[in-house]
Design a protein around this ligand. Structure first.
Ligand code: NCD
Length: 306
């Protein structure tokens, strides 16, 4: 598709060739930074939910290419959080100030709502438990960098597959690349049925497991996730599963040599710090991939690159 003026709301809106194109543009920008590519452009960064990496890497992406940023990292300082202004009115104002909106919001579907209202491109930086498409693109970029390919890999996703938006977007994207998927979670945090149905319709092999040991030795990628405490309707339910998985260094003695562990971060207790020193740990390099990938996306939707 032509990216100019497009919204990036769901990974479902992108074809396989769109995704490959974004990764290729990101690779070129990483190799050869273009310091004035976004001169004169302004990004509105609207974060209605906490963020460290996503917000900072979007802002870094913009500023390192010569663009500028306005916005808020805490909705309580905005009229939305402080005075009760609607999201629609907030977007109607911001679209008159900026050239592109990057938004994170606790409600599923908020990014689609904003995109329908705004005449400028809206990039979804996470909407509730629904989608996180730009995280997926940086995850794919990190996978490609570490494995030399995305196709035909065995990929485990572990942790909170019910409320984790990163794994929802990632599973859908990987279905385009003929990967074998292994979903490892407590029963109560299984991958949503609609995503499993979608995979089945596309003929993607996927199996469900309670224990990581059942599949670890087969994996090329283990994608661990945080149990999403803030999305549990009932605190007692969170208590039951909050330590469902704690990956330690010993576990990986049985892993394939090329296995890489990814995590969108923040980690709470899913990956013990002794794993950081192993050759399998990729999560900090993964986080760094956010900058070139978000540079590519911003430059494409603003029409500064094709
Ligand atoms: C993730 C998110 O916000 O969905 N973080 C991120 O963007 N890197 C994962 C999480 O919060 O657990």
């Amino acid at each position: 598709m032509a990216f100019k003026n497009k919204d990036i709301v769901s990974i479902n809106d992108l074809s396989k060739s769109d995704i490959i194109h974004v990764l290729e543009v990101a690779r070129k920008l990483e190799q050869k930074p273009r310091l004035h590519l976004l001169d004169g452009k302004l990004m509105a960064s609207l974060f209605f939910e906490p963020s460290t990496r996503t917000r900072l890497s979007f802002e870094t992406a913009m500023q390192r290419l010569g663009g500028r940023v306005i916005g808020f990292a805490d909705p309580n300082v905005s009229s939305y959080g402080g005075k009760g202004e609607s999201l629609s009115d907030t977007i109607r104002m911001v679209e008159r100030y900026a050239d592109v909106i990057v938004m994170r919001h606790p409600n599923d579907g908020a990014a689609r709502l904003a995109a329908d209202i705004a005449r400028i491109p809206v990039i979804n930086a996470g909407d509730g438990a629904n989608q996180h498409p730009t995280q997926t693109m940086l995850d794919l970029y990190a996978i490609k960098k570490s494995q030399g390919k995305i196709h035909n890999l065995s990929i485990g996703m572990l942790g909170d597959l019910k409320y984790g938006r990163t794994v929802h977007s990632l599973a859908i994207a990987l279905s385009l690349f003929d990967c074998r998927l292994f979903f490892i979670s407590p029963d109560s945090l299984a991958m949503p049925q609609d995503i499993k149905d979608d995979l089945r319709n596309k003929g993607i092999t996927h199996t469900e497991h309670l224990k990581v040991e059942e599949v670890l030795s087969k994996l090329d990628i283990l994608y661990a996730t945080r149990i999403q405490k803030e999305r549990f309707p009932d605190a007692a339910e969170y208590e039951k599963v909050k330590r469902a998985y704690v990956l330690t260094k010993e576990l990986f003695t049985r892993a394939k040599p090329n296995l890489k562990i990814l995590h969108p971060l923040p980690r709470i207790n899913e990956i013990s710090t002794d794993v950081d020193e192993t050759k399998h740990a990729l999560y900090f390099e993964q986080a760094a991939c956010g900058v070139p990938v978000r540079q590519a996306l911003i430059a494409l939707v603003l029409g500064r690159l094709k």
